[in-house]
Design a protein around this ligand. Structure first.
Ligand SMILES: Nc1ncnc2c1ncn2[C@@H]1O[C@H](COP(=O)(O)OP(=O)(O)O)[C@@H](O)[C@H]1O
Ligand SMILES: [Mg+2]
Length: 393
C-alpha cells in the first residue's frame, strides 16, 4: 500500500508530505520511504491559522471557512505531489492527513454537570479527497478521545513501527511547536514503551523571536546563544501547571502567546535583554525535555544517544544545551535514515495502513487504564473520506 502522509504541526510553519510504501509481512510491518517535501504556508494563511489557534473567541463561521481553506491548500499540494510521484512511476493509494491543530484541551473541565476534554484539527479531508481523487483518512485523534484518552500522543505505535530496533533501545525526541518523547525498548529485550509530551518545543522561542526581533524563528538558536538565562524567570516558567498536572499532552493554550506575553512583561519589569528572554525560553525547552526523559535514562543505562526529530533538530544551540543537561550525546534521526522534518507525516501514513485494516493502535503504554469502565478499549484511529465519482449520465 502506498500512502501519502500529510502533517502540519502546532508551529504552523508548513505542510510536510511523505510518501511511503507499506508491506505486511508475517514478521511485522515493513515501511519503505519513497519521497517527501515540505511546503511553506503562504503568510496570510499562516496568520489566519495562528489567529484561529490563539484567539479564545475565534468566530465559528471563520473556523468553518478555515477548515475548507486548509482542505483546499492540502488538496492542491497533495494533488501536485501525487502527479509528480506518478511521473516517477509511484501510484498513491491513499492519503493520510492529520490536519492543523487549532485547539488541544487535554485536561477535563466541568461543562454543565459533566466533565469534558477535546481536541480539534482543521483541514477538510473531503476537500483533499475531492482534489486528489484519492481516499483520504484524517481525524486521528477523536477516536482516542472517545475511549477516554487525551487524543495525544496518538502516533506512538506508528512511530515504533518506524524506529523500534531488535537490539538497541531507542529514545526519540520530537521538537516541534511542542516537544514530546518516545521510548522504544529493544524489541528482543524487556521493558515497556513510554511516550508523552515534555512541554514547549519551539513555540515560545518562535513567538518571542517574532515579537522581539521580527523574525519567524531563532535560526540555529543564535539569539538564545547570545543571552543569559534568567534563573528567576526560569523558575517561574517551570512552575507552569502542565509540569504538575497529570495530563500527558499540551499545546499552544499552555505554551503559546499568553505565556510569551508574560515573559516579555517579566523582561520589561526586570530589565532583561531580548536575548536573555530567548535564552530562558530555550532553556525551558531543554529542561522540560531533560525532566521528562530522566526516569527512562535512569532505568535504561543502555541508551547511548537521544535522536531528535522536528525543526528543533536543526537548532544547534538547543542540541548543545540538551547534550550538556541530559549528559547524553544528541543526534538527529537523519543518522537512522529518516528525514527529521517528515517523521510525523510518515507516522500518520503508517497509521492509515492500520486504519484500513480496522487495526486498533494502542496509545497508552503506562498500563494504568484511563477509566475503569473503558479500560479494555483501544481505538481504531482515523476517519475515512471517499473521493467523488463522475455522474453516470
Ligand atoms: N535552522 C533552524 N534553527 C532553529 N530552529 C529551527 C530551524 N529550522 C526549523 N526550526 C524550528 O522548527 C520549527 C518547526 O518545526 P516543526 O517540527 O515543523 O514543528 P511543528 O511540528 O510544530 O510544525 C520552526 O518554527 C522553528 O522554530
Ligand atoms: Mg511543521
Amino acid at each position: 500500500l502506498t500512502v501519502l502522509g500529510l502533517n502540519s504541526g502546532t508551529s504552523a510553519d508548513g505542510l510536510d508530505l511523505a510518501a511511503l510504501t507499506i508491506e505486511r509481512r508475517p514478521t511485522g510491518v515493513r515501511v519503505v520511504y519513497r519521497a517527501g517535501r515540505t511546503r511553506k504556508y503562504p503568510p496570510a494563511l499562516r496568520r489566519r491559522i495562528l489567529t484561529c489557534a490563539d484567539s479564545p473567541e475565534y468566530p465559528l463561521a471563520d473556523s468553518i471557512y478555515l477548515d475548507n481553506l486548509l482542505g483546499e491548500f492540502y488538496g492542491r499540494e497533495a494533488a501536485a505531489f501525487i502527479q509528480k510521484l506518478k511521473r516517477r512511476g509511484i501510484r498513491v493509494d491513499v492519503v493520510a492527513s492529520h490536519g492543523q491543530t487549532v485547539r488541544h484541551l487535554p485536561k477535563k473541565v466541568a461543562v454543565g454537570n459533566t466533565r469534558q476534554r477535546g481536541t480539534l484539527q482543521l483541514g477538510s479531508i473531503d476537500m483533499i479527497a475531492a482534489a486528489t481523487g484519492v481516499v483520504t483518512v484524517g481525524d486521528f485523534r477523536q477516536a482516542d478521545i472517545a475511549v477516554g484518552n487525551e487524543g495525544a500522543p496518538v502516533t506512538v505505535a506508528a512511530t515504533g513501527r518506524l524506529f523500534a530496533d531488535a537490539r538497541s533501545p531507542r529514545l526519540i525526541v520530537n521538537v516541534g511547536g511542542m516537544s514530546n518523547y518516545f521510548f522504544f525498548p529493544a524489541t528482543r529485550g524487556q521493558g515497556s514503551i513510554a511516550a508523552a509530551d515534555c512541554g514547549p518545543g519551539n513555540s515560545l522561542c518562535d513567538l518571542l523571536c517574532d515579537r522581539l526581533f521580527g523574525e519567524t524563528f531563532d535560526k540555529g538558536g543564535r539569539h538564545a546563544a547570545a543571552g543569559t538565562v534568567s534563573q528567576r524567570l526560569l523558575t517561574l516558567l517551570l512552575a507552569e501547571p502542565f509540569f504538575k498536572d497529570k495530563t500527558r499532552s499540551t499545546g499552544r493554550e499552555a505554551f503559546g502567546p499568553k505565556l510569551a506575553d508574560r515573559i516579555i512583561a517579566f523582561g520589561d519589569e526586570f530589565g532583561l535583554e531580548s536575548e536573555d528572554l530567548l535564552a530562558t525560553a530555550a532553556e525551558l525547552t531543554v529542561r522540560s525535555i531533560a525532566a521528562a526523559v530522566a526516569p527512562i535514562l535512569a532505568a535504561t543505562p543502555m541508551i547511548d544517544k537521544m535522536y531528535l526529530t522536528g525543526g528543533g533538530a536543526h537548532n544547534r544551540f538547543l542540541c548543545k544545551r540538551l547534550a550538556e543537561v541530559c549528559r547524553l550525546p544528541i543526534g538527529s534521526v537523519a543518522e537512522l535514515g529518516f528525514d527529521p522534518d517528515l517523521v510525523e507525516a510518515m507516522a500518520f501514513a503508517v497509521m492509515v495502513e492500520a486504519c484500513l485494516r480496522s487495526e486498533a493502535l494502542p496509545t497508552r503504554f503506562d498500563h494504568t487504564p484511563p477509566s475503569r469502565k473503558r479500560e479494555t478499549l483501544t481505538a481504531v484511529l482515523g476517519r475515512i473520506a471517499q473521493p467523488p465519482q463522475r455522474a453516470r449520465e
